[in-house]
Design a binder for this molecule. Structure first.
Ligand SMILES: Cc1cc2nc3c(=O)[nH]c(=O)nc-3n(C[C@H](O)[C@H](O)[C@H](O)COP(=O)(O)OP(=O)(O)OC[C@H]3O[C@@H](n4cnc5c(N)ncnc54)[C@H](O)[C@@H]3O)c2cc1C
Length: 654
C-alpha cells in the first residue's frame, strides 16, 4: 500500500466497524437531517452518514435566501394544491407531483420546526419594519409575489447548525467524514430488500458496515459529468463539490429505478470556472429579483408583466398581472401562465433593436431603500456561497449598492455564456423514481431531497426528508434486520482500497476530465444512437484501461477517486437513459437528430431505467401516475394530519 506521507489522522486501513440501527440515513444535508429527526421522533434508533461535517454540509450549508411553497403560513393566499399543480404544469408534467405536494403541504411545518431548533425565519430585530414585503404581526418576510405571500425570505445560514444540534439532542448517531459507497441488499420472500450500506471513513480509511432495517437515500444529485476543471474543483458546480451523485451510482448498481435521467440543460452559472460565482454579477433573477437593470448608458430597461404591459414602479414587479392569480418564483419561470419575468421578457434581439447597449448592469441605487437592503445584505448574504465570496469580499473592496452598479456578462443577464455540449443536471433534474411513501422499487429503501427526480429546493428537501423519515420508520418498526452478505462486503472493500495499492498511477482529476470530454463529445446538445453508443464504448474502455491505473496516497484522495468512479457510473446511466427515449423533447431539453420529432404523444411519459443482472431495463410510467395529489396524500397521512392539521384548514378555506 502507498505510504501515508505526513497524514494527520490515524491509519485505519484494514480495520472495520459495524454500526446497527433501525433507520439509516445516507447524506446529512437538509433532507437527510429532517429524515433523521422524523425517525428519531418516532422513537427509533437512527444513524446518519455524512461525507463532510453535518453542521455545515450540503447545498444549504452555506445558507439560502428563500423558502418556497410555504403555502400554509398564516399570510398565504394560496393552497398547497394550487401551487403543487402549478409546479407540475410549469414543467409540462415532467415534474414530481408527489414530492411537490408534500413540499407545499408540509414545508411550512418544517420551517416552524426549524425555528424551534434555533434557525432564524422572522425579522425579529425589526430591521425591515414597515417594508412592503413584511407582515408586521408575524414578522415573516416574503419574496417575489407580495400579494400571495407563499415564498419566505429566510436566514438560511443559521439552519444547518441548528439542525445538527437537534440531531444530537434527539440521540441520532451522526457519522461525519464518512462516505457511503454501496448499498447492501438481501432477498426476502423472493423480493429484494435493503439491508444497509458500506462506507469508508474519509480521514482514516476505516471500512464501515451499516446494518439497518430501512435506509433513506439523501445524497443529492450528480455533478461534474460534463463540466470539470481540475484547477477550479470548488467552482465546478453550483452545488457543493462533494455531492457528485454517489447516491445515484450506488442505487443504479443495486438495481434501483431512476427516471428523467435523459434530461440535461445547457450549462448555467458556476460551471467549471466558466462563469463568475453565483449571484456575484448584476442580474435580476432569484436572489436578485427584482433588481433594476440598466444598459451601458444608464438607461433603465423596463420590466413587463405576463401580458407584456410595461411596469412603471418597482412595487408593481412584485404583484401578479391583472387576472393572474399568482406567479411563481421571480425571473426564472418560462411558462407564460406563471410568468413574471424581468426586463429580458423582451428578448435580447428585441432589446438590441430598441437601442439598448451592452453591457447591462444591476443598479440597486435606483431602488427603494428596503428593497435595496433586502437584496444586498439579506438575499445576497444568506444565499448559498454568497456571504463571504460576494457580500463580504465586494463590501471590503468598496462596493456600495447605494452608489455602484454591478455588471452582467454574456448576452445580457448571465454570468457567462455556454456551448450546447456544456451541460449540467440543473433545475428539475432526473433522480430516484418512487411511490407515495417516497419508497424506491426496493423494499426498505426510500429517497428524499435532491436525490428524487425533478427535485429543486430547500422546502422540497426538508419536507420530503421528514416525510421519508416517518415512512421509513414505520417500515422499520415492523421489520427485522436483513442478513448481510459478507462476500458483497469483501468485494466492496477490494474495490474501495484498490487505488491505494497502485504506485505512480493516474490521478482522479485526469479521469474526471476524460469523462467530461467524452460526455461533451457523445452526449452533448444534439444526440443520436451512434454517438451515444460510441460514448458508452469509450466509457467502458476507461473502466477496463484507466480505472485499474488510478492511484492515490491518502484517504482524502481515495474519496476523490471513489467520486470519479461514481461519475463514471452515472455517465453510463445517463447515456443509457438517453438511448431509451427515441424522440426529442422540449421540456426535457432533449434533442435527438435520429428522432427529431418533438414530444410525440406516445412518449409523453416518464421513462424509467434500472439494472438487472447487469442489463439495462427500461420502463414507462404515465405522467399523472400519482393521481390527485391532495386526495392521495390525505389517504395516506391521516396520522400526520391529526397531529399537524390544525393550521392547514385555515389556509385551505381561504
Ligand atoms: C448556491 C445555492 C443556493 C441555493 N439557494 C436556494 C434557495 O435560496 N432556496 C431554495 O429553496 N433552495 C436553494 N438551493 C437548493 C437547495 O439548497 C437544495 O435543493 C437543498 O439544500 C437540497 O438538500 P438535500 O439534502 O437534498 O441535498 P444536499 O444539501 O446537497 O445534501 C446532500 C448531502 O449528502 C452528502 N453526501 C453526498 N454524497 C455522499 C456520500 N457518498 N456519502 C455520505 N454523504 C454524502 C453531502 O455531503 C451533502 O451533505 C440552493 C442551492 C445552492 C447550491
Amino acid at each position: 500500500m502507498n505510504t501515508l506521507y505526513r497524514w494527520p489522522y490515524e491509519n485505519e486501513f484494514g480495520k472495520r466497524e459495524t454500526v446497527t440501527s433501525d433507520v439509516l440515513v445516507l447524506g446529512g444535508g437538509l433532507a437527510g437531517c429532517y429524515a433523521a429527526i422524523a425517525a428519531a421522533r418516532k422513537g427509533l434508533s437512527v444513524v446518519l452518514v455524512e461525507k463532510g461535517a453535518t453542521e455545515r454540509s450540503g447545498a444549504a450549508g452555506s445558507g439560502f435566501d428563500h423558502w418556497e411553497s410555504a403555502c400554509t403560513n398564516p399570510c398565504s393566499k394560496v393552497t398547497a394544491k394550487e401551487i403543487a399543480e402549478a409546479y407540475i404544469e410549469e414543467q409540462d408534467y415532467y415534474s414530481n407531483g408527489i414530492a411537490h405536494y408534500i413540499e407545499c403541504r408540509e414545508g411550512y411545518d418544517r420551517l416552524l420546526d426549524m425555528e424551534s431548533f434555533g434557525g432564524k425565519v422572522r425579522d425579529t430585530e425589526d430591521e425591515f419594519k414597515g417594508a412592503e414585503f413584511r407582515d408586521n404581526e408575524t414578522k415573516l418576510m416574503f419574496a417575489y409575489d407580495y400579494a400571495n405571500r407563499f415564498t419566505l425570505r429566510v436566514w438560511g445560514s443559521t439552519f444547518k447548525p441548528a439542525l445538527y444540534k437537534e440531531l444530537l439532542r434527539l440521540g441520532v448517531k451522526v457519522c461525519d467524514r464518512t462516505e457511503a459507497t454501496a448499498l447492501l441488499t438481501a432477498m426476502e420472500n423472493g423480493k429484494k430488500r435493503g439491508a444497509g450500506a458500506v462506507g469508508m471513513n474519509v480521514r482514516t480509511g476505516k471500512l464501515m458496515v451499516f446494518r439497518a432495517k430501512s435506509t433513506i437515500l439523501a445524497m443529492s444529485r450528480p455533478a461534474r459529468v460534463w463540466l470539470f476543471n481540475p484547477d477550479l474543483v470548488g467552482l465546478c458546480e453550483f452545488r457543493p463539490p462533494q455531492s457528485i451523485g454517489s447516491g445515484h451510482a450506488m442505487g443504479y448498481r443495486a438495481g434501483i429505478e431512476f427516471t428523467m435521467m435523459e434530461k440535461s440543460v445547457k450549462g448555467e452559472f458556476s460551471a467549471a470556472g466558466r462563469s463568475f460565482p453565483p449571484y456575484g454579477t448584476g442580474n435580476n433573477h432569484n436572489t436578485w429579483y427584482a433588481a433594476t437593470m440598466v444598459d451601458a448608458r444608464g438607461v433603465e430597461i423596463p420590466y413587463v408583466n405576463r401580458d407584456g404591459v410595461e411596469l412603471k414602479t418597482v412595487s408593481e414587479r412584485y404583484y401578479p398581472a391583472p387576472g393572474q392569480k399568482f406567479f411563481l418564483k421571480g425571473g426564472v419561470i418560462d411558462e407564460a401562465k406563471y410568468e413574471y419575468r424581468g426586463p429580458e421578457t423582451l428578448d435580447f434581439q428585441e432589446l438590441m433593436r430598441r437601442g439598448y447597449e451592452l453591457p447591462f448592469y444591476a443598479d440597486l441605487s435606483r431602488m427603494p431603500e428596503m428593497e435595496r437592503k433586502v437584496i444586498w445584505g439579506v438575499m445576497v448574504g444568506e444565499e448559498g456561497k454568497t456571504k463571504i465570496p460576494i457580500l463580504q469580499n465586494y463590501t471590503e473592496r468598496g462596493f456600495d449598492p447605494e452608489k455602484h452598479m454591478l455588471q452582467s456578462y454574456g448576452t445580457g443577464w448571465q454570468s457567462a455564456s455556454f456551448l450546447g455540449q456544456e451541460r449540467q443536471l440543473f433545475g428539475a433534474a432526473g433522480g430516484l423514481m418512487h411511490d407515495w411513501d417516497l419508497k424506491t422499487n426496493i423494499d426498505g429503501i426510500y429517497g428524499a431531497g435532491d436525490q428524487l427526480y425533478a427535485s429543486d429546493c430547500c422546502g422540497f428537501a426538508a419536507a420530503t426528508g421528514y416525510y421519508a423519515g416517518r415512512k421509513a420508520a414505520d417500515y422499520a418498526a415492523s421489520a427485522e434486520l436483513a442478513p448481510i452478505d459478507e462476500g458483497e462486503v469483501e468485494k466492496e472493500k477490494q474495490r474501495l482500497y484498490a487505488p491505494m495499492y497502485v504506485e505512480d498511477g493516474m490521478d482522479w482529476r485526469e479521469l474526471n476530465m476524460a469523462i467530461s470530454k467524452a460526455m461533451q463529445n457523445y452526449c452533448g446538445g444534439v444526440k443520436c444512437r451512434e454517438l451515444l453508443k460510441e460514448g458508452l464504448d469509450l466509457l467502458e474502455s476507461y473502466e477496463r484501461e484507466a480505472v485499474p491505473m488510478l492511484s492515490c496516497a491518502n484517504p482524502h484522495e481515495l474519496m476523490r477517486t471513489h467520486e470519479v468512479l461514481d461519475i463514471l457510473e452515472v455517465s453510463k446511466l445517463i447515456l443509457n437513459a438517453c438511448l431509451l427515449r427515441e424522440s426529442s423533447s422540449r421540456p426535457l431539453c432533449f434533442e435527438r437528430s435520429d428522432f427529431p420529432e418533438m414530444d410525440p404523444k406516445e412518449d409523453q411519459c416518464f421513462i424509467t431505467i434500472r439494472q438487472e443482472n447487469g442489463q439495462v431495463v427500461g420502463g414507462r410510467v404515465p405522467h399523472g401516475y400519482y393521481g390527485d395529489v391532495e386526495e392521495e396524500y390525505e389517504k395516506r397521512n391521516q396520522d400526520y394530519i391529526a397531529e399537524h392539521g390544525k393550521m392547514y384548514p385555515s389556509a385551505k378555506s381561504r
